[in-house]
Design a protein. Sequence first.
Length: 153
Amino acid sequence: MGEYVATVAWSRDGQAFTDNKYSRRHEWRFDGGAVVTASSAPSIVPLPMSDASAVDPEEALVASVSACHMLFFLGYAAKAGFVVDAYRDEAIGLMGRDERGKIALLKVTLRPEIAFSGDVLPDEAALDDLHHRAHEDCFIANSIRGEVTVEPR
């Protein structure tokens, strides 16, 4: 259905390497021109080898799940005639050991806060339906092994 390309680039830049104290800071480049500074998470590889100001892969996966859900939600809300003014989600990812003993993203909890306006506002049942459909169709959530839950605020 589609092909998606991301270029991940790292360079040693003259640092020692075999002492395992090299910088994990690197770049992600996307086909539209966006460049994101990335690094390992400081909770996994301590500072200064990690860059706390950069995006780590774990955060990026949580953000991808959240964004995918949001984009489907917005599309379904528009088709239903609801006007969304703002959507904010403080998504949380939980890492731990899975049933295989592997460290994995075990759970992502989405906590969207949505502001609507206009003559037609969704009731609780309509909101639940929008979230259910968005969750069912989010291909990022469908691609990971961990649990994804939605707790609208």
